[in-house]
Design a protein around this ligand. Structure first.
Ligand SMILES: Cc1cc2nc3c(=O)[nH]c(=O)nc-3n(C[C@H](O)[C@H](O)[C@H](O)COP(=O)(O)OP(=O)(O)OC[C@H]3O[C@@H](n4cnc5c(N)ncnc54)[C@H](O)[C@@H]3O)c2cc1C
Length: 454
């Protein structure tokens, strides 16, 4: 018997229509506009979300999985213990086209869709959070920001070599006294003829010691609060730039994080991204892309936790049977599975919104908060399932647990995302139209001008 649903969600048998109503309910329930949409909704338009992987996406997933198994897995415990960031991996990722996977081909990228970036991030973090963080920073926070906000000169000079993986990009927002409270930053940029002179310091900057180009946020008019921030492309070779990597972090020990110092750094005016005073908007829209890739990576970390836990639960025996036969162990694995599936759906929804060219700040924040929490919880439970062995270097789960903490802190702490979600739900927060948008996918051909771009 065909069944249909009314808006109260109750399933009912439909004698009159023989199931057509069921179909129309399903069609109506498909998303026709995003929760935070800024794009005009075309009447009658129905867009279906389809999260089955295309042949291209499957090929990318397989390639990255093999790459991680061959190039990262055999060495990661040593790199983590030695606190060594293996730059050779970045070069190999560049050879595979992974450093600009969702950047249009005309700017040196692979021209694939935004969910392909999510797939790459999940597979990389299955290996280690350090290399996913590198892609989050280089591709999402830096290159996608140049794609969205940069002019043609900046896209040619900086985005293209970054997308090709010949140059590495970083993103420097955080300062010793300004993390969640971005507008409290003290780095200054003063106009000097056609140039700007930058002074200040940034901290907790991923890839600080290896990046060739750093997106630096600084105050051009301090009296204007968050409206007084501007964004600059700073080259490592500019006189006055120096960096210092941290040692002894809790996790992501195979990654590079540290400080960036700016001492009377002369930055040409052509390196101002967007307009003066637009830095806060640029920084936040960059985070819409960064958070997406962080959430996608969390899916990969949960995957790794499930893989390790299932293997161990089937091998380790207590009370005469594998521990996997104990219901409380099953419960921990069941929770990981729920976290994996839910996070994956939230991430793919964001990628889908990006492909449409629709605003996704609210959905991205939710995906990032949820997936990173789920990944941390999964890692804690993976250690628990391994008992004392989980507390040792002999098994990867202790590294997963240490690595899983940073994503709950960076790119908006858990608390900041909770506040955002609460404010959206209560109607206190509304997204304003941006002057420039991330281009929808499929990307336009060379010469075409996309909506929202000059
Ligand atoms: C491994 C790693 C890599 C990083 N990479 C980068 C990078 O590449 N580029 C970059 O710019 N930054 C980077 N960061 C910095 C990161 O983005 C910041 O640490 C983060 O934004 C939080 O800022 P904070 O550490 O200053 O914490 P604070 O802002 O000082 O917050 C401290 C605590 O107070 C809570 N809190 C703050 N305000 C509120 C509020 N209004 N309501 C409730 N609770 C609140 C926070 O949630 C947190 O629990 C990185 C950090 C780490 C750990």
């Amino acid at each position: 018997m065909p069944a249909t649903r009314k808006s109260d969600g109750v399933a009912r048998t439909c004698r009159e229509c023989g199931g057509r109503a069921a179909k129309s309910f399903l069609m109506k329930s498909l998303p026709t506009q995003p929760m935070t949409g800024t794009r005009p909704y075309q009447k009658g338009m129905i867009r279906a979300m389809d999260f089955s992987l295309s042949e291209d996406q499957q090929a990318v997933q397989k390639t990255v999985r093999k790459f991680v198994d061959r190039e990262i897995m055999p060495h990661i415990e040593t790199w983590d213990a030695d606190q060594h960031f293996e730059t050779g991996i970045i070069e190999k990722m560049a050879d595979l086209g992974l450093m600009g996977v969702c950047i249009p081909e005309r700017y040196g990228g692979q021209g694939m869709d935004y969910n392909t970036l999510a797939i790459v991030c999940a597979e990389l973090e299955r290996g280690d959070t350090a290399f996913r963080t590198a892609v989050s920073v280089h591709t999402s926070l830096n290159s996608m920001t140049l794609l969205q906000w940069g002019d043609e000169f900046q896209k040619e000079k900086y985005l293209t070599p970054q997308a090709q993986g010949r140059k590495v990009g970083a993103y420097a927002l955080t300062e010793p006294n300004a993390g969640s409270d971005v507008a409290a930053m003290q780095t200054r940029a003063k106009r000097d003829g056609d140039d700007y002179i930058l002074n200040g310091s940034k901290t907790w900057i991923s890839l600080c010691d290896v990046a060739d180009h750093i997106l630096v946020f600084a105050k051009t008019s301090p009296e204007d609060g968050h409206k007084g921030l501007s964004c600059f492309i700073v080259e490592r070779t500019f006189p006055g730039v120096s960096t210092r990597g941290f040692k002894n972090k809790l996790g992501i020990r195979a990654g590079n994080t540290g400080e960036v110092f700016l001492e009377n750094v002369r930055v040409p005016g052509e390196n101002l991204v967007g307009e003066e005073g637009e830095g806060f908007k640029i920084a936040m829209s960059a985070l819409d892309n960064g958070r997406f890739s962080v959430a996608a990576g969390a899916v990969g970390l949960i995957d790794a936790c499930i893989e390790a836990s299932v293997k161990y639960a089937n091998q380790r025996e207590t009370f005469g049977k594998p521990i996997g036969k104990h219901q409380l162990v099953q419960q921990m694995i069941a929770k990981m599975t729920a976290g994996y599936e839910t996070s994956r759906l939230l991430v793919f929804r964001v990628g889908w919104l990006k492909n449409q060219g629709w605003r996704n700040t609210r959905e991205t924040s939710l995906a990032k908060w949820y997936a990173c929490d789920a990944a941390f919880n999964a890692a804690v439970d993976a250690v628990q399932i391994h008992g004392a062995n989980g507390y040792s270097h002999e098994f990867p789960v202790e590294r997963y647990m240490r690595n899983a903490k940073a994503p709950v802190i960076y790119e908006g702490t858990r608390e900041i995302h909770q506040i955002m979600q609460g404010e959206y739900a209560l109607g206190y927060r509304k997204d304003k139209e941006l002057r420039r948008n991330l281009p929808p996918w499929p990307f336009e051909k060379e010469g075409e001008v996309s909506q929202g771009q000059e």
